[in-house]
Design a protein around this ligand. Structure first.
Ligand SMILES: Nc1ncnc2c1ncn2[C@@H]1O[C@H](COP(=O)(O)OP(=O)(O)OP(=O)(O)O)[C@@H](O)[C@H]1O
Length: 203
């Protein structure tokens, strides 16, 4: 992925401009900065959810604005809010999230992903009955099954305990080792495994 001369103006305020970055596969880009610096705005641009004020995002050499749905299938976006439906169970939510990205895994695989996310015993409970951290674990479980090469994760460690944090760090390390690309923000001082190639962008 390349960011080419990317600029962002929101509410008449320039958040960043002329941002150039080369992001080869097999690494993590960690975006950091103060509240309101523009981290989420940048992540939304990377996903094609927000149009840049200037410049463009290239994926495999092509502007993402031209790739549209084809690009959407190549990425997983995990936003600030976990995006799970409270009335559905953890299993149903996971199956729904995967179906939206064109995947129909067997129930056994989805159950195994939830168990890997530490939700054994909660697979069939409505998500509204789960804690904040458990809800986020349920939403993050899709990363276990996803084949998308690009993960865009906005504050993925929020509300996660130590065990879940280590689990997610392991998932990220495995994804990157397999040639995936991860763009994430985090206010927590979470340390990626030392083997994970990392770039840091401060806005
Ligand atoms: N929908 C919107 N319309 C107009 N301005 C917005 C909108 N969303 C965010 N902004 C403004 O853009 C700026 C950057 O917001 P953004 O969410 O990208 O920051 P952030 O770095 O992710 O912050 P935080 O660390 O608090 O999550 C803020 O000043 C915010 O007020």
């Amino acid at each position: 992925m390349q960011l080419v001369g990317l600029g962002c103006i929101r509410a008449r305020r320039v958040l960043f401009s002329d941002l150039h970055l080369d992001l080869p596969a097999g690494q993590v880009l960690r975006v950091q900065g103060a509240n309101g610096a523009g981290k989420t705005s940048l992540l939304r641009m990377v996903c094609g959810l927000l149009s840049p004020s200037a410049g463009e995002v290239l994926w495999q050499g092509q502007p993402i604005a031209r790739l549209r749905e084809e690009y959407g299938r190549q990425l997983v976006f995990f936003g600030h809010l976990p995006g799970v439906k409270p009335e559905l169970s953890a299993l149903e939510n996971l199956q729904l999230l995967l179906a939206l990205s064109g995947m129909r895994p067997k129930a056994s695989a989805a159950l195994a992903a939830l168990q890997a996310a530490g939700l054994a015993g909660h697979e069939h409970a409505p998500v509204r009955t789960l804690s904040q951290g458990q809800r986020r674990r349920a939403a993050l479980a899709r990363l276990v099954l996803s084949h998308a090469p690009l993960w865009v994760l906005d504050e993925p460690f929020n509300a996660l305990d130590q065990v879940a944090t280590q689990w997610l760090l392991g998932l990220i390390a495995r994804h990157v080792a397999g040639g995936g690309l991860v763009v994430l923000t985090s206010h927590q001082s979470v340390t990626l495994e030392p083997t994970v190639p990392q770039q840091v962008l401060t806005l």
